[in-house]
Design a protein around this ligand. Structure first.
Ligand SMILES: C[S@@+](CC[C@H](N)C(=O)[O-])C[C@H]1O[C@@H](n2cnc3c(N)ncnc32)[C@H](O)[C@@H]1O
Length: 144
């Protein structure tokens, strides 16, 4: 994976509801089972080209905003970051819940989630609340 002179080497891949860490790095997982959540960084390898301004999730009823103000996978460096629940570990396999990455997605890093990452008071624009309510509507289907 080479972008602008940077070389990234995945440490594993998404495999269903699990992350399979390469044998080479497996011993580095020792102790991770003590955490309830981990932060997963991954490479959205099937993402398309970024467009400067987009409707989040392609929804015309939401405002058109800069891609950097959204979580779209289509970005210059398609890095994904998700906090997931750690269900357990089977050797080099982490069983996780809530990972929004497709099967085969290269995993760049895994870090334990600690209270340093949690923000108690934060602000979001109104369109995010609107998107949350649209996405919880079971009658609607979305792309990415
Ligand atoms: C919107 S991105 C957000 C990822 C992460 N939660 C973040 O905020 O960085 C997640 C979406 O990207 C799409 N996706 C998942 N794996 C992908 C991959 N390997 N390449 C391209 N798109 C992917 C899926 O539609 C998924 O719902």
């Amino acid at each position: 994976m080479r972008r602008q002179g940077l070389v990234l080497h995945p440490i594993g891949r998404v495999c269903g509801n699990a992350i399979q860490i390469h044998k080479r790095w497996a011993k580095g997982l020792a102790g991770i089972e003590g955490f309830s959540h981990v932060i997963v960084f991954f490479w959205l390898h099937k993402a398309g080209k970024p467009r400067m301004r987009i409707h989040p999730r392609g929804l015309k009823e939401l405002p058109r905003i800069g891609f950097l103000a959204t979580r779209t996978p289509h970005r210059p460096n398609p890095v994904g970051m998700t906090v997931v629940k750690l269900r357990g570990r089977r050797g080099a396999r982490l069983l996780v819940e809530g990972l929004d990455a497709w099967d085969g997605t290269p995993v760049l890093d895994v870090k334990p989630y600690t209270k340093k990452e949690s923000v108690k008071k934060f602000k979001i624009p109104a369109w995010v609340r609107r998107l949350d309510s649209l996405e919880s509507d079971p009658l609607r289907r979305y792309g990415s």
